[in-house]
Design a protein around this ligand. Structure first.
Ligand SMILES: NC(=O)c1ccc[n+]([C@@H]2O[C@H](COP(=O)([O-])OP(=O)(O)OC[C@H]3O[C@@H](n4cnc5c(N)ncnc54)[C@H](O)[C@@H]3O)[C@@H](O)[C@H]2O)c1
Length: 447
């Protein structure tokens, strides 16, 4: 899609200033493509330089992380924290440990995060961090030593009123625990609100583990309701088998749908009988095994080591693994097999040409910054519980999450309609998130 000349100029500056950061350019372009109608309606945003200010992170911190493996060998990784925008509250966003991590990945995720957090309506700014450390195959002690060393470098930059990291790919409750322990030791303070995704015994929130996957399904449920449909009896494909994917599976099951395929980076499994949650949790959360083992244990399932999970016929697709995992080939396969709804549990899993194909073929499409916002929203609920030294029930927290997702859906839907693009959740999410941030930045002055 073409950009208006002013937005093109803003985008050219982003590309020039951040060379080689393809994912960051992709995330910025996708947002700018939606903003044409807003900046022409509200020229004051242009006069106050809101867009260039939003595209430039407040701070980008890069640090060295040395650690020793179980045989005493020394390794050096790189750590990142990008504090993108704090107009609406302390920086908030996860930490990713994966060998593909470099500054461009963290910036794309941080940029997405500021719009997502704005959309939730909660008092949280946007940030993201991580490391090129590969947790795969590491012992528990190696993970602990890495997390401690990472936090030794990060601790001086975060705090419950400054920046509150959480989990993402490769970072779950175990890693948050080791990092929280090290932060406590370094600072001498029990500052519960400095990290979210904590264990329930030490300040975590019920339903946080489930929140991103549940929230994605709640969002898709709202989309279905508009045409009088539900998950009941629907065939669903969920990519990934990590935190987001597992709890999307659980909620789809609860709503009467059947998840027939899931994946990890080694391939995918198909089980027309429906994938069993308890077995998958045991395999992925407890044993941390490879997905092919599920097919070895279940006669009704088969493992496909190569190829594309999107070839599996389904009515609903929930990409919940990683960025750019659903390309034009995947989109064409989904469309040809009759898929009518795609909701992103992962961040930016669909490539721009895949999204264009969904639009052109009337496939309802929910972008991650709206559909997966339940995770960060529940992190904000965890911060609320920490601040009041309270602990809510699972039911209460899930109900809050559900209400938040219904609210985000409504906001995206109404905004898309207001700007003349009914049903365009990409445009609705980008504009609704942008306006809340832009108005706040105007109110706070040029700082
Ligand atoms: N955890 C959260 O609360 C949260 C919130 C919002 C968005 N997200 C996004 O959801 C996605 C998944 O995060 P997660 O927390 O479930 O992480 P996770 O580490 O628990 O799981 C990641 C999953 O993706 C799979 N995967 C990674 N690279 C892959 C590849 N190249 N091909 C196929 N599968 C691959 C892994 O095997 C694993 O199953 C990410 O895009 C993340 O940014 C997570």
């Amino acid at each position: 899609m073409e950009l208006t000349p002013d937005l093109q100029e803003d985008f050219d500056i982003v590309v020039r200033r951040n060379p080689g950061e393809a994912e960051f350019h992709q995330a910025v372009r996708e947002v700018l493509e939606s903003l044409g109608p807003v900046v022409s309606k509200r020229p004051e945003y242009g006069e106050m330089g809101i867009i260039p200010r939003i595209c430039e992170p407040n701070k980008q911190i890069i640090f060295k992380v040395n650690w020793q493996d179980d045989r005493g060998r020394v390794h050096t990784n790189r750590g990142f924290r990008v504090q993108f925008n704090s107009a609406l509250g302390p920086y908030k966003g996860g930490l990713r440990f994966h060998p593909s991590v470099y500054l461009g990945i963290i910036k794309f995720l941080g940029f997405e995060q500021i719009f997502k957090n704005a959309l939730t309506g909660m008092p949280i700014g946007g940030g993201k961090g991580g490391s090129d450390f590969d947790p795969k195959g590491k012992s528990d002690n190696e993970i602990m030593r890495f997390c401690q060393s990472f936090m030794t470098e990060l601790a001086g930059h975060i705090g419950h009123d400054i920046d509150v990291p959480a989990g993402d790919i490769g970072v779950g409750t175990r890693e948050i625990g080791y990092m929280f322990g090290q932060y406590k030791k370094l600072t001498g303070r029990y500052e519960s609100g400095v990290l979210t995704g904590k264990g329930l015994d030490w300040g975590g929130s019920r339903a946080r583990t489930e929140a991103t996957g549940y929230g994605t399904v709640f969002f898709a449920e709202e989309m279905l309701k508009l045409t009088g449909e539900s998950f009941d009896g629907k065939k669903v494909v969920v990519s990934g088998s990590g935190n987001v994917a597992l709890y999307a599976l659980e909620k789809v099951n609860q709503l009467g749908g059947t998840v027939v395929a899931m994946s990890d980076s080694s391939g995918y499994i198909v089980d027309e009988k429906g994938i069993d949650l308890a077995q998958m949790q045991e395999l992925k959360e407890t044993r941390r095994g490879r997905i092919g083992e599920y097919a070895e244990a279940n006669a009704s399932a088969r493992f496909v080591p190569q190829g594309m999970i999107w070839d599996v016929p389904c009515e609903i697709a929930l990409p919940c693994a990683t960025q750019n995992e659903l390309n034009i080939g995947g989109a064409r396969a989904l469309i040809a097999n009759g898929c009518t709804l795609v909701a992103e549990g992962a961040n930016m899993p669909s490539t721009p040409d895949a999204i264009r194909a969904f639009r052109a073929n009337d496939v309802r499409f929910a972008p991650g910054k709206a559909a997966n916002a339940g995770g960060v929203a529940t992190s904000a609920l965890e911060m609320q519980q920490n601040a009041s030294r309270d602990s809510w029930s699972f039911e209460h927290t899930e109900e809050r999450l559900h209400d938040i997702m219904v609210g985000i859906h409504e906001r995206c839907w109404a905004t898309a309609e207001e700007y003349g693009a009914p049903g365009d959740y990409v445009l609705g999410a980008n504009i609704a998130g942008f306006i809340r941030m832009a108005d706040t930045m105007m109110a706070l002055g040029v700082i």
